[in-house]
Ligand binder design. Structure first.
Ligand code: C5P
Length: 218
């Protein structure tokens, strides 16, 4: 049988990444930050002077990504780009290139290769619907957009980036609309996903909830 997967999908800044890491750590499993692949593609597009409007260019760059995930870094062509790809500019462009079917197709095999024993926690938008439709546990992690903007604001400030709360709120709304509204692999809860709302609970409470759901599967 293939290794088990827990999928965690949800909108931008819902806490998916942190929760996926903590759940993976608790179980001793691998983790896939699928958004990073779209961000890396976006960065590659930016560096070629593109704006994401050219599907063929974005797909070519997605296919030829030379990346390595390390515990504390993401390397592209040997360069640590982990801080760069977190910038809002890159995130916004990522959601544009992610709308192209050829880009999504190009990244599919790479994502599925992360599924290895003893298990995988994958976070993104379409982990439960498209990439790992047979995952035995699917979480849809939601949170109010204002709460998510606040969290993203704090995250950016903590990392020393400048940020404006109103701009972030607008960006999040635009990104959510684009991710939910696109024709291919839109952000939507899988029919068999458990929806968890993190607006009014801390990271550790959500992590415990996910772990409880996993052990309750029996
Ligand atoms: O999760 P993160 O903010 O890093 O993702 C960046 C963008 O990549 C998202 O806004 C979304 O458009 C895209 N994405 C996607 N499918 C995934 C993960 C991310 O379309 N599985």
């Amino acid at each position: 049988a293939p290794a088990p997967v827990i999928t965690i999908d949800g909108p931008t800044a819902s806490g998916k990444g942190t929760i996926a890491q903590k759940v993976a750590q608790a179980l001793g499993w691998h983790v896939l930050d699928s958004g990073a692949l779209y961000r890396l593609t976006a960065l590659a597009v930016l560096r070629e002077g593109g704006d994401g409007a050219d599907e063929a260019q974005a797909a070519r760059l997605a296919r030829s990504l030379d990346i390595r995930f390390e515990p504390d870094a993401i390397l592209m062509g040997g360069e640590d780009v982990s801080a760069l790809i977190r910038q809002e500019e890159v995130g916004n462009l990522a959601s544009r290139v992610a709308a192209w079917p050829a880009v999504r197709e190009a990244l599919l095999a790479c994502q599925r290769a992360f599924r290895q024993a003893p298990g995988l926690v994958g976070d993104g938008r379409d982990m439960g619907t498209v990439v790992f439709p047979d995952a035995p546990l699917k979480i849809f992690l939601d949170a109010d957009v204002e709460v998510r903007a606040q969290r993203r604001y704090k995250q950016l400030k903590d990392k020393g980036f400048s940020a404006n709360l109103d701009d972030l709120l607008q960006d999040l709304r635009a990104r959510d609309a684009r991710d939910r509204g696109r024709a291919h692999a839109p952000l939507v809860a899988a029919a068999d996903a458990v929806t968890v709302d993190s607006s009014h609970q801390g990271i550790d409470d959500v992590v415990r909830q996910v772990l409880d759901l996993w052990s309750a599967r029996g």
